[in-house]
Ligand binder design. Structure first.
Ligand code: ZN
Length: 345
């Protein structure tokens, strides 16, 4: 079957379409006929590799996918051949202490489809049946693929971990990425008010406003830390969503109200930085980290997407054989939403 793969870690020159064997499923898995896949920044990091990452090569890229069940393992009762399904890319073992408590995202053998395991940029992929959610007949595969990773991540961070409440003020640092565009909508749905968004240009901020942002701050034009300080009457905000990391964390901590929470699921600008600990204890701050999300959160947030109460933002759709061009666009950083692949030729 055709798949977008890399045979060795490195840059985009390692990526191409190849013929690889169709996956063979286990008793608790299904074979998914992939209809749409989507990329995340994670794909570029996996391609580059890091010490300790040991993948079976060639590696099939793409952590997001949706499609039709083509075959079911002998233990699978929850779905049947022909079902339209979306897939939570968070994989747990199903047996450890954390999985038994419904916290697959904390599993001792935690894995992400497309990262530690083969992904969705292929005609078929093998996925655990417990990761599936059935889709309504009229919901597009492209939208389900675009939504999965970023919406389960943002929902788990803001709602389950962050316990964002109606009437709380929220600041989202970044306007263009998939997690941030999901976070703005989820904050709005939760009743956060006002919602501040810091963005790098007018187009991304205009999109953030459409998604529910109340106050827009262009970091190219203003010191955003000062702008928040002034806009909140020197009080700061209840909750900051910061997935930028090194470049912004210090300012984000300063932007919090006493007792405020900083939510983080990643660090696009780098993982290491220093901060003044007095900021944390003297202001009674909490830093709450998470990664991905358990299946109960995935079911909840996908239900809201299927009902039209949340919307994935699609930047562009490419056919599978142009997958490397999509990754190039992601690497160049000029994206406003998700880059999606379709496998129908
Ligand atoms: Zn487990």
């Amino acid at each position: 079957m055709k798949a977008l793969v890399f045979h060795a870690h490195g840059g985009l020159e390692q990526v191409g379409v190849a013929d690889v064997p169709e996956p063979v499923i286990g008793p608790d898995e299904v074979l998914l006929e992939v209809k749409a896949a989507a990329f995340n920044r994670l794909d570029l990091w996996v391609l580059a590799g890091w010490p300790g990452l040991k993948l079976k090569l060639p590696h099939v890229m793409g952590s997001d996918g949706a499609g039709i069940v083509a075959q079911v393992g002998s233990n699978v009762r929850s779905v049947a051949v022909g079902d339209r399904v979306a897939v939570n890319p968070t994989v747990g073992c199903g047996r450890c202490f954390f999985c038994q408590a419904g916290n697959e995202h904390m599993c001792d053998r935690f894995a992400i489809l497309g990262e530690h395991l083969d992904g969705f940029a292929a005609a078929y992929t093998a996925v655990p049946a417990r990761n599936l959610v059935k889709m309504p007949a009229d919901y597009p595969f492209t939208h389900a693929a675009a939504a999965s990773l970023v919406f389960v991540t943002a929902w788990h961070s803001l709602i389950t971990v962050g316990a964002l409440q109606a009437g709380e003020s929220a600041l989202i640092v970044g306007a263009g990425g998939g997690v941030n565009t999901a976070a703005i909508q989820i904050a709005k749905l939760a009743g956060a008010d006002p919602i501040y968004v810091v963005g790098s240009n007018a187009a991304k901020l205009a999109q953030a406003e459409q998604l529910g942002a109340d106050v827009l701050i262009n970091r190219a034009e203003a010191d955003w830390g000062k702008a928040i300080f002034q806009a909140t009457n020197r009080q700061g905000v209840d909750v900051v969503v910061d997935n930028v990391g090194a470049a912004t964390f210090f300012t984000s901590l300063r932007a919090l109200k006493k007792g405020g929470r900083l939510l983080t699921v990643g660090n696009t600008s780098g993982p290491r930085f220093e901060f003044d600990n007095r900021l944390i204890f003297a202001k009674h701050l909490r830093i709450l980290g998470s990664t991905m999300g358990p299946h109960r959160d995935y079911e909840k947030v996908m239900g809201l997407l299927f009902d039209g109460r949340l919307h994935p933002i699609l930047d562009a759709i490419y056919p599978l054989h142009e997958g490397r061009a999509a990754l190039q666009k992601l690497q160049d950083g000029d994206v406003m939403g998700k880059l999606v692949l379709t496998t129908d030729s």
